[in-house]
Design a protein around this ligand. Structure first.
Ligand code: NAD
Ligand code: GLY
Length: 374
């Protein structure tokens, strides 16, 4: 594996995303939210100029903005608070942030800090990628999903009425600070939605990690600190390894979309917001596992293990009560942006921990899978 993890004496973890001159560290654990001096020491080496803009939202600011401000010292610090919600990951908010930075006279040496979940992180990252042709940015993810997924790997974007993440850039942060203490205030559904992506890493990359989650499902559901540090670290290791291999999703990175082709179709048909992304992905991962049993020989027992673990983590695994039709799912998947040259591509599992992208899944296999759910 091309990335490394060092454990410090305090139990904190530091990983590296290896991307040549764009390599960066991910700090996991107690990164200093309870100690401004520690956070200040951690962040300071990454801020080159005297200007910082913190991008956050109205929910997170009252909880965690003070901790960040206390760590930023006497620099020029400006705070942009966006409204909370996926619908604000928009070109409109992007323009507002740009206007704000220009009004506050930020220059090319400014550093943006994304304090929030994936919505804030994706938007702030895209602003950083494009403000004055690109400025530094740091991710301070505050949801489990953003700590294990969206803050790592450099995908930044805003949505367009035609689709999610339609306008964006690959742009890596300078560092990621994932403090597990912030997860205590995360609503239960948001927490479980983040766990779905963690389970994904076990399925796509690390069968032992999957077994570990089965053995520790109760600790995970209860947000045990040691369990959280372990899953965030391992998830980031897996994501860093995949991204280091294929930063711009020319091939291998697509395995991170396991369950997502189905999940995106569910989200689209239900209307964005009815299910959380991680909830839709949870159902999508079970669908992908059933498809894999048909298509690529995944043992039925492994499919059942996936379903059981997701249920233990309080995630949905069926379409019960959602009234979705198989033909609508297929049509919705046909519109998925992962369609390359007219081929529908699915990430299928050969066995637990090993997946591949298949372009030759037949419509018959797909219909058979969906018939079990719709
Ligand atoms: P989110 O950013 O909307 O956060 C979820 C909710 O939790 C929000 O209401 C937020 O205000 C609140 N919140 C955040 N931190 C909190 C905390 N510590 N305590 C209490 N409340 C808190 O959702 P998300 O799940 O973090 O991210 C979803 C977004 O991430 C989507 O836009 C998705 O497209 C994107 N995403 C990006 C990537 C990527 O690689 N860039 C990967 C996966 C998902
Ligand atoms: N979340 C999928 C990716 O980062 O590629």
């Amino acid at each position: 594996m091309s990335n490394t993890t060092n454990t410090t004496t305090s139990g904190n973890q530091t990983l590296t995303v290896s991307l040549g001159e764009r390599s960066y560290p991910i700090f996991v654990g107690d990164v200093g939210f309870s100690d401004p001096a520690k956070l200040a020491n951690g962040i300071a080496p990454f801020i080159k100029g005297n200007q910082v803009a913190v991008i956050t939202n109205e929910t997170i600011a009252p909880l965690y903005l003070q901790q960040i401000l206390a760590a930023l010292g006497n620099r020029q610090v400006d705070v942009f608070q966006m409204q909370d919600g996926e619908r604000y990951k928009s070109l409109d908010t992007y323009t507002q942030v740009m206007d704000f930075l220009l009004e506050k006279k930020h220059n090319r040496s400014t550093c943006l800090i994304a304090l929030g979940g994936g919505v804030v992180g994706d938007l702030c990252g895209f602003v950083a990628a494009t403000f004055q042709r690109g400025v530094d940015f740091i991710q301070v993810p505050t949801t489990l999903l953003s700590q294990v997924d969206s803050s790592v790997g450099g995908k930044t974007a805003v949505n367009h009425p035609a689709g999610k993440n339609m306008i964006g850039a690959f742009y890596q942060p300078l560092a990621v600070f994932a403090d597990i203490s912030v997860l205590t205030t995360l609503p239960d559904r948001e927490y479980a939605a983040g766990l779905a992506e963690v389970v994904k890493y076990g399925i796509i990359y690390d069968a032992d990690f999957f077994t570990w989650m089965e053995d520790n499902a109760q600790a995970l559901a209860q947000r045990d600190e040691a369990a959280l540090t372990h899953i965030i670290t391992r998830s980031c290791e897996v994501k860093a390894a995949v991204v280091s291999e294929d930063e711009r999703e020319g091939g291998r990175r697509a395995i991170l979309n396991y369950g997502h082709t189905f999940g995106h179709a569910i989200e689209k048909l239900l209307g964005y917001g009815r299910l959380l992304h991680g909830e839709a992905v949870s159902i999508g991962m079970v669908m992908a596992a059933r498809l894999s049993v048909e298509f690529s020989g995944l043992p039925l027992e492994d499919c059942q293990r996936i379903e059981k673990l997701l249920q233990q983590l309080n995630l949905p695994v069926t379409l019960e009560g959602l009234a979705l039709k198989s033909e609508d799912m297929i049509e919705a998947m046909g519109m998925d942006k992962k369609v390359v040259d007219g081929e529908l591509r699915f990430v299928v599992a050969d066995q637990m921990g090993t997946v591949r992208v298949a372009a030759d899944v037949s419509i018959v296999a797909l219909e058979k899978t969906l018939a079990e759910f719709c």
